[in-house]
Write a protein that binds this ligand. Sequence first.
Ligand code: ATP
Ligand code: MG
Length: 138
Amino acid sequence: MQRTLSIIKPDAVRAGHLGEIIATFEKNLIRIVAMKMVHLSQREAEGFYAVHRQRPFFGELTAFMCEGPIVVMVLEGQEVIAKNRELMGATNPAQAAEGTLRKRFATSIQNNAVHGSDAPETAAFEIGYFFNALEIAG
Ligand code: ATP
Ligand code: MG
């Protein structure tokens, strides 16, 4: 059994897509074992995306992630890291497959509606960034 961190980003929360995104996880038999809404500070967003600090878009990306509340979730299931990435679609919505969350809800490569951990090590770091053990249902 694997866990991954999912984020519904400020653009998708603002546009009112929470329900449809959560329903997509449920319909695909992904179990949500933790969930909360938070509004990140600039520093908190920079800490979360620290792996991207050398990238040219780091400043804009972290500012975007602070624009409004986000919903963070821990998802659980067999191969859930890859399964979630598949449901999300490509980073750039122009390249995202039909029916994926980013095809449906993203409006640009930056404002791309959702985040998902990309490997077991990043999932462990990202889950720990938002949740302690008591906040995750077994
Ligand atoms: P995420 O990590 O959010 O799940 P990802 O793994 O598909 O997305 P990354 O390469 O890790 O993509 O980039 C992290 C985030 O940075 C992207 O989701 C997007 O919001 C933003 N981003 C990526 N590339 C660009 C770009 N060229 N210009 C602006 N923003 C970008
Ligand atoms: Mg990534």
